[in-house]
Design a protein around this ligand. Structure first.
Ligand SMILES: [Zn+2]
Length: 59
């Protein structure tokens, strides 16, 4: 059985569904604002806006 919890997105306060098997530092996309949210704590789950990482690998 897979349980999910709902957390408010720190950016838009939309509800973000989080699987119970989520791991620390996992990145989840908010469906509402498309922000990347990082799991910064578990039990209780705490979401934080993930720092924007530009995928710039150079030349
Ligand atoms: Zn959001």
């Amino acid at each position: 059985m897979t349980m999910t919890t709902l957390q408010a997105c720190p950016e838009c306060e939309d509800e973000v569904r989080i699987s119970q098997s989520v791991r620390l530092n996992e990145i989840i996309d908010c469906a509402g604002c498309r922000s990347e949210l990082e799991i910064v704590a578990l039990a209780p789950t705490v979401l934080a806006l993930a720092p924007e990482v530009e995928e710039d690998w150079g030349e």
